[in-house]
Design a protein around this ligand. Structure first.
Ligand code: ACO
Ligand code: ZN
Length: 544
């Protein structure tokens, strides 16, 4: 459909033909990110506006609707290759995003200067606009529930819970604030230290969740009783990305190169993987039709011949490091990013193909990598992994998490998440994944948090006809899910309402039944008895 007389250049926008999930034709607006000429035939690299970047692709001219071509605005000739933040031509919505980026940059520049000057990471760009995709709506805050609504709860068949503020004038909304990725951050309250549990940042808090079961076993109410303000200075989720951990906010390298996927296909054991995003494999390997990886040591090779030669020498049949978990065919290996540098770097290169984050590639020292494998007679095959900072000042228990595409949507992501919280339980800490979450990351965490919290609420037993009680802190401690994530999940599930001066959580039949159905399908679970893990105190070591 492309008219050869019109030059379609980088920054132009026009509808481009693609297949949707139902395999039907659709013509979403797309932006041309690059043009290449192969033996006189043009190919266009397109980004579908408002679609995730992983759908970006090279298309032939016949897929372009040239009649609706929009040229880039003049001032929009921004930052394609000049290293300034925001690498795409501007458009109304992009201008908004850009101002957000600028805000984030200045904020992070301050934090960089203040606290985090030491770690040296390869700085790649962070695409905030595509990362922070609240894939699911955030429910209204409890403070906005009016009395007429609230009065319905005790009488109905649903389970309900209430949250009461010790200071009746203090609505829960003053305790929580929503962030852009749909999570909430608590501002005044803290988890009190519990005997026998080591807490990193603890303060005094007294939220009490009371739960009562009405006549129906499914009807219950929980009271939350927030106490007086603690000295908690934490504002929960940071307002800007940071330089530590695996993410950086410096977008100065967000150039034409890193915006486009550069590897066409990866062969890993019996799988062929199609990368979603750029990964900094050596330039000379990016023109290959297939990049070959040893599935055990993750070394990359340029041809099948090279791989076969490598396999005669490579004795690994499992990831390096210690196997700290095994149940059935599932194992987890703990790998120290300092001790097994080559493996860790190769893992990061592979992972970057599916993570739109800025991730570390060379400085793996501060991280541990937990690789999940599935065993068969040929060895322990990598299914997914997560990385974790040896020391996190922000209570992060996961830096990056990935299920390799052939294994996705089969429950392995939630298994990885469950494992990360089992580690936190052994450490006696609560944890949270590093932000920003990807769209798929948010979906998976939301689902894990919802199921984990509902499991606890529904297991609560009423005593002497009293409504069962539990505090948010207790939920957090039982699950090791950071309090902010507990609260954001309760809000997301729309459980929190205000009734007679108390915050009530209501479990509707729909929620209960939906939860039971989901749990019946959740076959893959971590068995804590099979975990053999002793946390190290990294702060006591001179160097990681
Ligand atoms: N579309 C819709 N829902 C999805 C999708 C999808 N493509 N993928 C996962 N989900 C939902 C599932 O339905 C499931 O919820 P449910 O049980 O309530 O139905 C939930 O997410 C988890 O599904 P799993 O099968 O357990 O997860 P999976 O093995 O697919 O792994 C993961 C999830 C790790 C996020 C995977 O999609 C992935 O590796 N993505 C690429 C890398 C990435 O984005 N990682 C997270 C970045 S954030 C961070 O690193 C802290
Ligand atoms: Zn190998």
């Amino acid at each position: 459909m492309a008219d050869q007389s019109v030059e379609i250049t980088e920054g132009c926008r026009l509808p481009v033909l693609r297949k949707n999930q139902e395999n039907e034709d659709e013509w979403p607006l797309a932006e041309i990110l690059s043009v290449k000429d192969i033996s006189g035939k043009k190919l266009y690299y397109v980004h579908y506006i408002d679609f995730n970047k992983r759908l970006d692709e090279w298309v032939t001219p016949d897929r372009l609707d040239i009649k609706k071509l929009q040229f880039p605005k003049k001032e929009a000739k921004t930052p394609m290759k000049n290293g300034l933040p925001g690498s795409r031509p501007s458009s109304p919505e992009r201008d908004v995003k850009k101002s957000l980026d600028l805000h984030v940059q200045s904020a992070s520049a301050t934090s960089r200067g203040k606290t985090l000057p030491t770690l040296k990471r390869k700085a790649e760009s962070v695409s905030l606009a595509t990362q922070v995709t609240a894939a699911t709506p955030v429910s209204s805050l409890p403070g906005s529930v009016d009395a007429s609504q609230a009065s319905v709860y005790p009488a109905m068949r649903d389970s309900s819970f209430s949250i009461k503020s010790r200071d009746e004038h203090e609505p829960l909304t003053s305790l929580t604030s929503l962030t852009t990725n749909g999570t909430s951050s608590i501002q005044h309250h803290h988890i009190p230290p519990q005997p026998g549990r080591k807490r990193k940042s603890c303060g005094g808090t007294h939220e009490m969740v009371k739960m009562f079961q009405n006549n129906s076993p499914r009807c219950s109410t929980v009271f939350l009783l927030p106490g007086e303000d603690s000295q908690d200075s934490s504002d929960g989720i940071p307002s800007a990305p940071r330089m530590t951990g695996s993410l950086v906010s410096d977008r100065s390298h967000d150039d034409i190169v890193t915006r486009m996927k550069n590897i066409d296909c990866i062969e890993l054991g019996r799988h062929r993987l199609k990368p979603w995003y750029f990964s900094p494999y050596p330039q000379e390997l990016t023109s290959l039709p297939i990049l070959y990886l040893c599935e055990f040591c993750l070394k990359y090779l340029k041809s099948l011949k090279c791989l076969q030669r490598h396999l005669t020498k490579c004795n690994l049949r499992h990831p390096p490091g210690n196997e700290i978990y095994r149940k059935g065919t599932i194992s987890f290996f703990e790998i120290d990013g300092r001790k097994n540098k080559a493996y860790s770097q190769n893992l990061c290169l592979l992972a970057k193909c599916f993570l739109d984050h800025k991730t570390l590639y060379y400085d793996t020292d501060p991280f541990l990598f937990y690789v999940m494998t599935e065993y068969d007679s040929k060895g322990f095959h990598i299914v997914g992994y997560f990385s974790k900072e040896k020391e996190s000042t922000e209570d992060y228990n996961v830096a990056c998490i990935l299920t390799l595409p052939p294994y996705q949507r089969r429950g392995y992501g939630k298994l990885l998440i469950e494992f990360s919280y089992e580690l936190s339980k052994v450490e006696g800490k609560t944890g949270t994944p590093e932000k920003p979450l990807s769209d798929l990351g948010l979906l998976s965490y939301r689902s894990y948090w919802s199921q984990t919290i509902l499991e606890i609420l529904m297991d609560l037993k009423s005593e002497n006809g009293e409504r069962p009680q539990i505090t948010i802190n207790e939920i957090s401690e039982i699950t090791s899910v950071k309090k902010e994530d507990v609260i954001s999940t309760l809000q997301y599930l729309n459980l929190i309402n205000y009734y007679k001066g108390q915050y009530i959580l209501t479990l509707s039949e729909d929620i209960v039944e939906g939860h039971e159905r989901a749990m019946q399908k959740r076959h893959l679970r971590i068995d804590p008895k099979c975990l053999h893990f002793t946390p190290k105190d990294w702060s006591k070591r001179g160097k990681w």
